[in-house]
Unconditional design. Structure first.
Length: 240
């Protein structure tokens, strides 16, 4: 298995065969068909990557919040200010999750970009975000902040902002030289005129999500999620 550098092209971008011209001319059905083609023979890796990502995120959350619980119990048994200790540890737990969420998301996007690149499915790509930890953290922080501020105006502007910045983590996964604020700006440029198309692309999976939820007891999401993320990676390739 080659290193991450082996998959990089000039300028630090992942090599992207297939939909890499950046013209944004492919229809949503074409993007979905391209995703299915890339997943052909890679469904197992897609499911495994999704499960591993889920386990990593949930394990980290469980560790952080179990630490909060432990400190709360210790404080309750002692003579200290229990409420203050619990509040402090909750803030620490929330900050810890904020600190690593960007790295996890960048790794997830890198993994599915690999699958979208016609068979370059590699589990080590899930950890790419930790190689650019502070950039990933800054991107997630500003991404969340901007969407929150737009949401204060009303829900709809917040949703529009979320679609404007939807490509941020793909960009950071794809270009190791791109900073957080630059990635936000590039995402906004990419999504200009493409937000409605991306919304419709999400909507195309709604029926599949209902089937996965009500007819498979949620098990179907193990295959639906890789299908969705690979399609979104194809969308990124098409508009970048």
């Amino acid at each position: 298995m080659g290193s991450l550098t082996d998959m990089m092209g000039e300028g630090g971008s992942l090599k992207t065969p297939g939909l890499s011209d950046g013209v944004g001319g492919s229809s949503n059905p074409e993007l979905m068909a391209a995703a299915r083609m890339s997943l052909s023979g890679n469904w197992g890796m897609g499911v495994l990557g999704y499960v591993l990502y889920f386990i990593l995120v949930m394990s980290f959350s469980a560790f952080v919040f179990s630490s909060v619980f432990f400190v709360s119990v210790v404080s309750a048994l002692g003579d200290g200010n229990t409420v203050a200790a619990v509040n402090l540890m909750q803030l620490v737990a929330q900050f810890a999750e904020l600190l690593v969420s960007g790295a996890f998301l960048v790794g997830l996007m890198a993994f599915f970009l690999g699958i979208a690149q016609e068979g370059a499915a590699r589990l080590d790509l899930l950890f790419v975000g930790f190689q650019r930890f502070w950039t990933s953290f800054a991107a997630y922080f500003f991404y969340s902040l901007f969407i929150f501020l737009w949401t204060l105006l009303f829900i709809v502007p917040g949703i529009i902002a979320a679609f404007s910045y939807a490509m941020v983590f793909f960009i950071i996964a794809d270009d190791r030289d791109c900073g957080a604020l630059k990635a936000l700006g590039r995402s906004k440029e990419m999504m200009a005129g493409n937000k409605w198309k991306f919304f419709c692309l999400h909507w195309r999976f709604f029926g599949w999500a209902l089937l996965a939820a009500f007819f498979t007891g949620g098990i179907g999401f193990l295959w639906l999620f890789p299908y969705m993320q690979t399609t979104f990676a194809k969308f990124y390739e098409d508009v970048k």
